[in-house]
Design a protein around this ligand. Sequence first.
Ligand code: NAD
Length: 310
Amino acid sequence: MTLNGERVRRVIRDNANWTSGQTSCRIIPCVRTQGQAVFDPNKPLGLADATAPASFPLQPITQITPMRLQGKTILVTAAGQGIGQAAALAMAAEGAQVVATDIKAPLLASYQGVSNVTTAVLDVLDKAAIARQVASMERIDAVFNCAGYVHNGTILEATDEDWNFAFNLNARSQFWMIQQVIPRMLAQGGGSIINMASVCSSVRGLPNRFIYGSSKAAVIGLTKSVAADYVAQGIRCNCICPGTVDTPSLGDRINSYADPVEARKNFVARQPMGRLAQAHEIAPIIVYLASDESQFATGNAFMVDGGMTI
Ligand code: NAD
């Protein structure tokens, strides 16, 4: 691909990708030497302009790769904020047609003007609504079941209502969604199901997370069960187990403590890296699991936990 220097400089400055047909063209960092541009992996995007004299044209080095999710249609639940939103944006940037859903319509307004994303209001506690959403889509190559709820408390502080609500949102909603998408994926010849679990599950017990940890352990079991049943039919099912991620709902939970500053310190103290994750740090594993790069991976729980399970 030949590009004139101005275009290249502008693209580097804007730190952008652009798409042409089935391929995306990424400008990788380069510096000018004797009129040649050479790859410099130590320079972040944007430095090429600063280091290059303006007198001769920059020779672009381009790396042409297929977008990782080109041609795939992906359904995401709880995409209005937090990890679901970060995943939806990352998958759309990799060329997927993303259907971003959430129970809260106002949150979906954030996708206005975002390429490759359409939105729909979906309450995953509504079985019929899940069926309607799936039926409305021409194809579904991957689904990211992200919706979930954190109950705070020990077994002695847990009510039947708390248990039912958390299990319905964290596990039953995934059962309903997967039951709807599997016939579609079978008809299409395969697909990838990605479920949101947590490090706090069968992986690790954490204080005051009796219901949450139990329900996320159910997600891991559900994931393995679906994977086992459909491994020979091209449907993969995996789940992800994040550590503590600084999302709006975590902020709400922190602010509900009598001393939010102390509460945040305690959340950070759980993380061996000494910091919380940002939602965009969880998104890449979801892109990977939705893509064909992960075609040999199924039935697994993927930790992205800042060292919580070292
Ligand atoms: P969040 O809690 O900030 O946002 C959750 C989203 O879910 C909101 O947009 C909300 O409107 C939507 N939602 C709530 N009820 C819904 C319903 N019935 N149907 C559809 N959407 C609904 O997001 P988050 O913290 O990124 O959490 C997302 C998932 O990640 C949850 O399953 C959570 O358990 C899991 N998780 C979070 C963390 C963390 O530290 N934040 C760690 C591990 C796992």
